[in-house]
Design a protein around this ligand. Structure first.
Ligand SMILES: [Zn+2]
Ligand SMILES: [Zn+2]
Length: 250
């Protein structure tokens, strides 16, 4: 999605919400950054002066939450919220509690992230190390449209892909040609062969699917495939799922 189309989407939805805004909703002020800055900041972050305003402005927090409906907050942003240190707490509350984003709620409650946050909370892991680890997590979310018969060849196969922000991990969750649900993990770095990665498929109303495959080297770096079994066994629980793949730290 281009910045332009993202901005159009945000603007459209924001205008609609404003029509129904409760009395006393704070209007946009002179100091509120333009919408394109929200789009830019979702990749490059805010300047300190902007962040200071955005943190305390009801309008800007609402705009941010609107934007997160189309492009989710980063894992680092989620982690800061989990640690009670988010600069955008109002927007994050809105995203998690009002919009009830299943992806971000699932990630925040997931075992690997809650454990990482616990280590940061107790001081066993420094914040910079946590941030570095989070940059190596590949996430993807999507829906499996279940039509009742996975053997039908004309049906589009389920596949979601994600890449970690630092590019060290690529992960795919897919329906194989044999109708097996499988996760494929790749790393461009051949040095990572022999390392174990954590795979979690977060599902709504069901326990996560968990695997810990070891990477093997191949021509392009290294990879691993884990088969969870016949996709029909999981169909209904994958209607809104999130794949998270991460490095185990030493
Ligand atoms: Zn503002
Ligand atoms: Zn989200």
């Amino acid at each position: 999605m281009t910045s332009k189309s993202l901005e159009t989407l945000i603007r459209r939805h924001f205008d609609e919400e404003l029509k129904e805004a409760p009395q006393g909703h704070r209007e946009r002020s002179e100091r509120c950054p333009p919408l394109w800055r929200f789009v830019e900041a979702s990749r490059g972050g805010w300047k300190p002066a902007e962040q200071a305003h955005v943190s305390g402005c009801g309008y800007c927090q609402k705009t941010l939450a609107q934007q997160w409906r189309y492009r989710h907050p980063s894992l680092w942003e989620l982690a800061l919220y989990g640690l009670g240190r988010s600069a955008n707490e109002v927007a994050m509350k809105r995203h998690l509690e009002q919009d009830r984003c299943p992806r971000c709620r699932g990630l925040l409650e997931s075992r690997p992230l809650s454990r990482a946050l616990e280590l940061a909370r107790t001081g066993e892991r420094e914040l910079e190390r946590l941030e570095g680890w989070l940059r190596g997590v590949a996430i993807s979310s999507g829906e499996l449209a279940y039509s009742g018969n996975f053997a039908e060849t004309e049906q589009a196969r389920f596949e979601i892909r994600g890449e970690s922000p630092d590019g060290s991990l690529r992960a795919t969750l897919r329906q194989s040609v044999a109708n097996v649900l499988e996760a494929e993990i790749e790393s461009p770095d051949a040095q990572q062969a022999g390392r174990r990665v954590g795979v979690e498929v977060l599902r709504r109303d069901a326990e996560p699917l968990v695997a810990q495959p070891v990477l093997d080297s191949d021509a392009d770096g290294c990879f691993a495939v884990h088969e969870f079994g016949p996709i029909g066994d999981y169909a209904r629980s994958l209607d809104n799922c999130t794949l998270a793949v991460y490095w185990f730290t030493g």
